[in-house]
Design a protein around this ligand. Structure first.
Ligand code: NAD
Length: 318
């Protein structure tokens, strides 16, 4: 029997591309997109869409039963920067939505669940370079606290109720198709748009702020790989460290300049600097590589070339 998949939060930065990729793999009608708002035209046209509030258990259950869903990807969340503006709302959304889908699996309504964690689970007391899988975790943002707590609950539901939940600690995700949704690494996407449109960019992080990042195609590939891996290979049921590249605003600007020589960057750090300061600079993802064969394809140079090429075509300039 063909598997049926539900994506909650399908219209966001990652959900939009994840939905398209899963539809290419399993067929348009096998992948139900859902969100509290409609997504871009291409997404809306390509297959079934349902308005679903991730906070509302009954609506999720209704959609799961209506379409005979076996797998859920929960992509709805409030991200780090927005979460600092609305801490209670962020906690509410991030935790309630997770409990809703964990409980669906516990009650046997679905078979498998993907829930993304983040490098935000780490904090200022975590070793900054080559951050290990298991280490000190004292997150200082409400987003990070919700993700760390979420990880503990995922592992608990796996151990206690045999819930097949799989998770990755995404670094900052860089993509050109859909704009990012209020995270601390958003500068690394905005910079490409500005470079092509106006030839300059003011970074909200300082020039030496090094953070772990990943190109969208790698993030999607990892997500599908962990979901398709044999259950026994998933030895970590909280969340896996995942890495591809790390760079500073200065380094990405220099890489962009090789293709757009007139590009100029200036720096004007805001409240997001403090969030970035509390996060690791680089991540050790050896367990993901060993357990289920993770390997990234994109580095800073190839990601930059791909971003500029695609955005250039999108904007039809230069
Ligand atoms: N993008 C990144 O760099 C990054 C990094 C680390 C972790 N993550 C995690 O990956 C997941 C997806 O992130 P993203 O960047 O695509 O986020 P996003 O903000 O771009 O998208 C989130 C989507 O969820 C939807 N949503 C919000 N509240 C909802 C609700 N109550 N019910 C249903 N849908 C709702 C929004 O409309 C939006 O379409 C999140 O869990 C996020 O924490 C993202």
């Amino acid at each position: 029997m063909l598997k049926k998949i539900l994506i909650i939060g399908a219209c966001g930065q990652i959900g939009t591309e994840l939905t398209q990729k899963l539809r290419n793999l399993y067929g348009n009608d096998a992948v139900i997109a859902s969100d509290i708002r409609e997504g871009n035209k291409k997404l809306m046209k390509s297959g079934p869409f349902e308005l679903v509030n991730a906070m509302d258990y009954d609506t999720i259950l209704q959609v799961v039963e209506q379409y005979n869903i076996q797998e859920v990807y929960l992509m709805a969340a409030m991200l780090s920067a927005t979460g600092e503006k609305f801490p209670e709302k962020a906690w509410d959304l991030n935790m309630t939505s997770l409990f809703n889908v964990l409980n669906l699996a516990k009650e046997g309504k679905i078979k498998k669940l993907f829930w993304p964690s983040s490098i935000a689970v780490f904090g200022p007391t975590t070793p900054k370079e080559n951050t290990p899988q298991e280490t000190i975790m004292e997150p200082t943002t409400v987003y990070g606290i919700s993700k760390q707590t979420g990880e503990r609950w995922c592992e608990y539901y796996y151990k206690k109720y045999d819930v097949d939940v799989r998770s990755i600690r995404y670094p900052g995700i860089i993509s050109w198709k859909t704009k990012p949704g209020g995270g601390t690494t958003d500068y690394a996407v905005e910079i490409f748009h500005s470079a092509l449109l106006i030839g300059k960019y003011t970074s909200f992080l300082s020039e030496e702020t090094k953070l772990p990042m990943m190109y969208m195609d790698d993030a999607i590939a990892a997500t599908i790989a962990i979901m398709n891996a044999k259950p026994a290979t998933i030895k970590i049921r909280s969340s896996y460290n995942l890495a591809a590249m790390s760079f500073t605003p200065k380094e990405i600007a220099e890489t962009i300049k090789k293709i757009v020589p007139e590009f100029k960057i200036t720096y004007n750090p805001d409240f997001r600097q403090q969030i970035a300061n509390s996060w690791p600079s680089s991540i050790n993802d050896s367990k993901a590589r060993k357990h289920w064969g993770w390997k990234p394809k994109y580095n800073l140079t190839s990601m930059t070339e791909t971003m500029l090429k695609n955005l250039h075509a999108k904007y039809k300039i230069l």
